[in-house]
Design a protein around this ligand. Structure first.
Ligand code: DWN
Ligand code: ZN
Length: 412
């Protein structure tokens, strides 16, 4: 490990300690959720190298620059409830998982519970939910809603305290948070201690294969330390005598997998595990070729987006963006698209409105700007919700959309 102010450079794989090989560099960027408030505009924004590497042994794709978790997650702009599709998604997740884990009346722990978007439906399904959420601002919102939440980073000592005070859990859930965790092996050990004998750990993580296929380079930012496929996850959980027993593919966040994990030997193992492992092997990830292709596609994607924006501006089009997502900030910074090219970014999250995007400093505004200052084109920075956003915005926005990936294209 090597020090860098506010960050650490790691030299070995976070799952198996194997050697790391380069995949792609996206330059240096500020933190993707570090929206700049007006009173901070004269302050420098810390930037950190955004470098993707892969393990030569277990093949985990990961970042080798790890920004301190305290800097990224204690105060957190991303508010899950601000995205209506995620609210619906988590209603369904609560119904399905409480039934599958037979968790009615039992302790269900959610790691990374944000503003309680899943804790609330878990309670309605009759479980006894406990949220673990390091971001004080988000944990406060959940507590105000009457949802018990501890403002902590999950790990062995938190697991121990939960077991001491509440017993072991029937179900532990971690959605879109395993990618944020640096010390994966101690998290796996903590899960082993927290799970009851026949309990399940269920996690949703963005899927590496979907990122590669969709050229979703914008999902790379410092919060996302790992870009998972199933094979390295299996190895991680085996290190704590846990076993991945089922897997599903999901469309959320540009393509994710949901893994089901239990104590080794306690559950029937789904055939879907072997199928997905076979598919993954057929990709030839170990020979590096898919990553070389990805790096070329990323450069081509940036060039195509800049060309399209340049052509439209030459024609006099007024362009704004929609969805001040974290991934949008990777995209804007990597492509160097700033306030000279975009009027604003409209977003439903009150916390982000009135700020500037990190790095490129485009003003973030409420959706009302689409009426008061209508653009001709909207660059979709939350393309993962295109199917929901486009029909909804049609009432108030008559212009065209730019969908930035895999290759920038216009949607009329
Ligand atoms: O892991 C992470 C993922 C899951 O969520 C985090 N590290 C941070 C976050 O990533 P993101 O910010 O790229 O996620 P979203 O969900 O794509 O962000 C969408 C943004 O767009 C939010 O700021 C909300 C906003 N939005 C909107 O303005 N109108 C979203 C919808 C659906 C809308 O209709
Ligand atoms: Zn490894």
């Amino acid at each position: 490990m090597t020090a860098l102010a506010g960050a650490t450079i790691v030299r070995e794989c976070r799952i198996c300690a194997g050697p790391l090989m380069p995949v792609l560099s996206l330059g240096s960027t500020p933190l993707a959720n570090a929206f700049v408030r007006p009173e901070w505009i004269d302050e420098p924004e810390p930037q950190y190298p955004l470098r993707v590497v892969r393990c030569a042994d277990c093949q985990l794709v990961q970042l080798d620059v790890v920004v301190d978790a305290e800097l990224m997650f204690r105060e957190y702009a991303y508010t899950t409830s601000a995205s209506p599709p995620m609210r619906q998604h988590f209603e369904q997740v609560a119904r399905d998982l409480v039934a599958r884990a037979k968790a009615r009346g039992k302790l269900v722990v959610e790691i990374g519970s944000n503003d309680g978007v899943l804790l609330a439906p878990l309670a309605r399904e009759g479980a006894r939910p406990l949220g673990i959420e390091p971001a004080h601002n988000q944990a406060d919102v959940a507590r105000e809603r009457g949802l018990e939440t501890w403002s902590e980073f999950f790990g062995p000592s938190v697991a121990e305290r939960i077991v001491e005070t509440k017993g072991r859990a029937a179900l532990v859930i971690a959605n879109n948070v395993l990618a944020h965790m640096a010390d994966l092996r101690s998290v796996a050990r903590a899960l082993a201690a927290l799970l009851d004998d026949d309990a399940l750990f269920v996690a949703e993580v963005p899927y590496l294969i979907d990122m590669l296929d969709g050229v979703e380079y914008d999902t790379i930012y410092h919060e996302h330390l790992s870009y998972y496929h199933l094979a390295p996850l299996q190895r991680l959980f085996a290190s704590a005598d846990l076993e991945v027993v089922d897997v599903e593919r999901l469309s959320t966040h540009g393509g994710s997998i949901r893994i089901f994990v239990g104590h080794a030997g306690r559950h029937r193992r789904s055939e879907r595990i072997q199928q997905l492992l076979t598919d993954e092997r057929a990709r030839g990830l170990a020979n590096g070729e898919p990553y070389e292709r990805f790096a070329e596609q990323v450069d081509a994607s940036r060039a195509a987006l800049l060309q399209l924006l340049g052509d439209e501006r030459t024609r006099g089009a007024r362009v704004a963006a929609y969805g001040a997502s974290a991934k949008g900030n990777t995209l804007l910074n990597f492509c160097r698209i700033g306030a000279d090219a975009l009027l604003y970014v409209a977003d439903t999250t009150p916390y982000k409105q009135g700020t500037l995007t990190p790095g490129m400093r485009v003003p973030v505004v409420a959706e009302g700007a689409l009426d008061s200052d209508p653009p001709d084109l909207l660059l979709l920075l939350a393309w993962n919700y295109a199917d929901q956003i486009l029909p909804r915005l049609r009432d108030r926005f008559r212009g065209r959309f730019i969908h930035p990936i895999p290759v920038a294209h216009i949607i009329e």
